[in-house]
Write a protein that binds this ligand. Sequence first.
Ligand code: FES
Length: 104
Amino acid sequence: MMTNSKNNTKPKIVVCLGSSCFARGNDEIICVIEEYLLKNNYCDEVDLEISGSLCQECCADGPNVLVNGTIYNHADPCVLPDILKNLLPERNNIQNHNNNSQEQ
Ligand code: FES
């Protein structure tokens, strides 16, 4: 299991589903996150919290996503995979690379 080396906790992603963030696109953000976690087999290793209670007076900067304590304002579904790759390296690519190396 992947854990934070400082306190042995799972990486945590919190997606605000307050009405403002939802209207600004966090419903699409959730799909991007879930797809990434599933594709890279991280579903059991990440604490994904979908919450309508994150709203902390930053609605105008939404949609807001909190990744391991860092808030990402104006979260963009096109940029989010890069943020996730920094937190959780892609596994399928590593496996595919190894498979390709063995085939040569
Ligand atoms: S609705 Fe998301 S911060 Fe307010």
